[in-house]
Design a protein. Structure first.
Length: 373
């Protein structure tokens, strides 16, 4: 009898088959706990720049420049980016170098070590932007050492990339800050030259002063007209007082008429003269205010980057919530648990479900045919 026939004969015998199921289940149950698996984990959270109170230095200027502040680093980095950093090849390589996995002979090559670590170490994100490093191995000391090495490598990688980002921001801001300084200096010089050329006061005061002057003349003229109308009722046309009022009215009308003609004197242009240059004047003033606003934004950003650089040199950008530790609860070997569950399902199917439903299995059919012969 061949080996295949012996197996078929054993499977066809219910007692031998059930003993085989029991033996395999016993082996699978033992393998569920032997060798004992251990799970080590660590939790870290990357700190955002805004948590240090630095982002408000640029965004506090106003809503109009909130986009500039976000571009310069005020926006929060998404957790997916930190997760990609943690799973990067650089982090895995740093762990292999720190623990000297290849030098100690635990793995034949760095490629083998990378493949093994991908199967043993899982890095995922939790609610709140927390990164969790989970290592599952049969060696508790090595599992904890791997988890700690990954936590430190991820922290160093995030800090290194943060410093590189800060350095790029610093170079950009220094360049833009110099351009903003030159721009505000040129705008201020152009505004001052135009003011001296046209004998103008500050834009906020110049137009208001001229309009107030004309409004005052018109008010005096109306008051004198009312006074003239009142005096004409009881004074004769030759009365000196009446003649004086008429002379004052003529003088006021002349002054108002002169304000309608563009003119410039020692006090600056009148209303009509100011209207002719007000467009260019306010264009220059608007350019100056915009240049000054940009200068203040980049000045605040420069201070923020300086503080951020100092914080990066003296502190870490990653906070360790839970250091590397082993889970206290009992763990099981997942492949053995899956094999045990599969054996239980097969036993239930072949010993209970198939006979109850009348399903004819191949080995049972061969057994029936052999008995008939």
């Amino acid at each position: 009898m061949s080996r295949a026939e012996q197996i078929r004969s054993a499977l066809a015998d219910p007692r031998k088959r059930r003993r085989g199921y029991a033996a395999l289940m016993l082996v699978a149950a033992v393998l569920c706990v032997v060798p004992a698996p251990y799970v080590a984990r660590s939790k870290i959270v990357p700190q955002d720049v805004n948590s240090l109170g630095l982002g408000s230095m640029t965004t506090s200027y106003g809503g109009g420049f909130a986009g500039v502040a976000a571009l310069l680093g005020g926006a929060k980095q998404p957790v997916d980016m930190y997760l990609a950093m943690a799973r990067s090849s650089e982090v895995t390589g740093e762990v292999i170098r720190r623990l000297k996995l290849v030098e100690k002979g635990e793995y034949g090559s760095e490629r083998d070590a990378r493949i093994a670590l991908e199967n043993k170490v899982d890095i995922h994100s939790l609610t709140g932007g927390i990164l969790e490093i989970e290592t599952r191995m049969h060696d508790s000391a090595q599992a904890e050492a791997l988890t700690k090495a990954y936590s430190e490598a991820i922290s160093d990688r995030i800090v290194l990339l943060g410093r590189e980002r800060t350095e790029r921001k610093r170079r950009i801001i220094e360049q833009r800050f110099a351009d903003a300084s030159n721009r505000v200096a040129k705008a201020e010089a152009a505004l001052e030259a135009f003011r001296r050329k046209n004998n103008l006061a500050a834009p906020e005061a110049q137009l208001g002063t001229e309009i107030s002057l004309r409004a005052g003349l018109q008010a005096q003229l109306q008051a004198k007209k009312v006074e003239l109308q009142t005096l004409s009722g009881f004074l004769g046309p030759e009365n000196p007082r009446l003649v004086a009022v008429q002379s004052e009215i003529a003088s006021l009308q002349g002054q108002i008429a002169r304000t309608a003609d563009p003119a410039t004197d020692a006090a600056g242009p009148n209303v009509a003269g100011l209207s002719a240059v007000s467009g260019e004047y306010f264009d220059l003033y608007r350019d100056y205010r915009f240049a000054q606003a940009l200068y203040e934004v980049y000045s605040r950003s420069s201070e923020e980057v300086a503080v951020e650089t100092l914080a990066g040199d003296t502190a870490t950008d990653v906070q360790v919530i839970e250091a590397a530790h082993l889970d206290p609860d009992r763990k099981f070997n997942i492949p053995a648990v899956a094999a045990l569950a599969l054996l239980v399902l097969m036993a239930l199917f072949t010993e209970l479900y198939a006979p109850a439903t009348g399903i004819r299995l191949p080995w049972l059919s061969r057994r029936g045919e052999g008995e008939a012969q």
